[in-house]
Design a protein. Sequence first.
Length: 343
Amino acid sequence: MKTKFTILLALIIAPTIHFCQSFSAPVEYMNYMSKEYKRINKDTWDYTSAVAHGKSARKVEKKRKEVLKTVDNARKSIRKIKGYNGDNALRDSVISFLNINYNVINYDYAKIVDMEAISEQSYDAMEAYLMAQDKANAKLGSASDMLKLQHDAYARSHNILIDTKKDDISLKLEAAEKVFDYYHEIYLIFFKSYKQESYLLDAIKRGDVNAIEQNKNALISTSKEGIEKLKPIKSFKGDPTIKTSCKNMLTFYQMEAKDDITTITDFYLKNDNFNKLKAAFDSKKEGKRTQADVDEFNAAVNDVNSASDAFNIKNNELFTKRGGLLDKWNNSVDRFLDKHVSK
């Protein structure tokens, strides 16, 4: 069950600047750096869009490396310039920001890419994977906030008015961040029960009745908990798509665990009983078998055959329902991201 992750949201300042005096050098100084930010934002948006719209892992990783290269080129370029009128504070702040940006993209996100490979092994691994992304984005956010303070101080000292209106790409990145935050919240609720069901299905495959019962009860608990967690979550901008699909999956898991697993365990119990009875029946010589022994054996054969038929019917029924709902879930995620993260 793959999902859409590894999103980089470096919301870099790209101001529109107005100078109140005829001397324009301070503006040119800020505009020079602003151009570098816009290049980074452009590559960041390409990366974000590739993640949102289902591009291959190879292509997404290529986009990440392109962002990394753009950031590296920007910091090399800015290192070469001198501060305006000997004031290097802004330049040094920009370089510090870009260094943090580069390290997060190069190291933190490289680790996140590695974590993706094991993220689906457990709910805890998936939660840690998403938390690592949140922490990486928080580092970028903090660095961006610090840089903005230096920008504002420089603008005030040089009588520069900064238009607070954000450019189109910055607005798209901010919008995408909200979309992915919402999606990840829903996804974790979905994944907890999805993963728990996988443990249940493994127990069924092994025919381990005790494990089936344990994992059945756990699935009842996680699906009930998930449905309760969904209740206070509002639709995203009036779009209930993934919330509804998630609820439908959780409702299926509840129904499966509460009502349908009994048919599965009934077969294994009757099959176990039949095997024991058959062993005892076979151990008796034919001449010593009573009519009661034969009747009991034949009844056990009928019971296990009937349970086997019910088992197969129920398994096929659940397989079809599960597959259909998972397809709807995956399609709803694709539609949701296509709708709310522009290309």
